[in-house]
Design a protein around this ligand. Sequence first.
Ligand code: ZLM
Ligand code: CA
Ligand code: ZN
Length: 380
Amino acid sequence: MFEFGSTYSPRVSYHYNPKVSNYHYGVKHPMKPFRFMLTDHLVSSYGLHNIMDLYETREATKEELLQFHSEDYVEFLSKVSPDNISKMPRGTFDKYNIGDDCPIFQNIYEYCKLYAGASLDASRKLINDQSDIAINWSGGLHHAKKSNPSGFCYVNDIVLATLNLLRYHPRVLYIDIDLHHGDGVQEAFYTTDRVFTVSFHKYNGEFFPGTGNYDEIGCAEGKHFAMNVPLNDGIDDDSYINLFKSVMEPIITSFKPTAIIQQCGADSLGHDRLGCFNLNIKAHGECVKFIRSFGIPMVVVGGGGYTPRNVSRLYAYETGILNNVLLQSELPEDMPFRNQFGPDYSLYPVLDDLYENMNSKKYLEDLRIRCLEHIRYLQG
Ligand code: ZLM
Ligand code: CA
Ligand code: ZN
């Protein structure tokens, strides 16, 4: 394991496309792609663009999307628009789960191809051994299913990138620290022992998407290769970090992944518009730092995150961490959109203490023991 600040200096690639910021789910929709415009401004104002390989993303091809998604669904996505959806056969809305969560907006197919293309490019950099760490903040859309969108996610860039990694990597570990359960990724790899999926999330049986209890562990060949860590409202920095590290360390040492995909949904931060956890930016980043310290090639993607100024702060901070650079708290003087970050103009505003921590010491300790027992099955 590498200590932070040591001589391990990974080759990091940053996959982005300024176009992604311009797509709109709708005026009041919580998912706001313009958060990536703020992120890219912060990243470059801190000078991080000078120490990474930057790649402007290409669009994924239809054939690439078909590696996971069904022909009819990709066909639908490629043809549908706000102008023609009402003229499509009755039942199309329901068949494809179109509605408030997953609306049809202008150029939706282009948006999907861009964020999926970035995750595919990221996986390719790892496969070709041209990067140790490849970042796509616009990806991480973990709910998308084979034949329908779900929870703001239309195509599943994580599944596509994982399938690509599996062509050369014997074992891939998927880690999901978004507030929500990573159901689409779990489902895609539920029956294989080549992908271990682990998600930390709020769970009460009702909270979206409703799945992710600890008894979902995989099946057939994949039995014990899925793990779920269900949490209650208000979890704080120390409880989360302790649980995360004590679970992830034995998973990595027993499963021995040759590549890792980490989904870094920012809705697990305190003060998120849809969130209910109390994490600070540094605590969320500590989870990324910990995984990085194992020195295993990683693809890092975004995910949820509904308070755009905090999403961009987090992703700038984590881009720093992945490059082994600690960013000063004071935001650069001359950066564009600096007014979005007042009144503190800090990279690390205090976000905590909004919710009472409903995870008791006993709940967390029982959960930790349950997880460690689960991991023991991996050792055979
Ligand atoms: N209604 N507008 C996380 C995906 C979470 C399902 C309840 C829709 C919203 C939400 C959409 C403007 C990730 C559910 C919600 C209202 C059925 C969810 C449009 C507000 C609005 O004001 C809104 C008309 C909308 C959506 C709130 N939806 C909050 N939570 C979840 C999906 C995605 O972070 O994990 C990864 C990117 N959906 O709870 C309903 C049951 C639809
Ligand atoms: Ca999660
Ligand atoms: Zn989420």
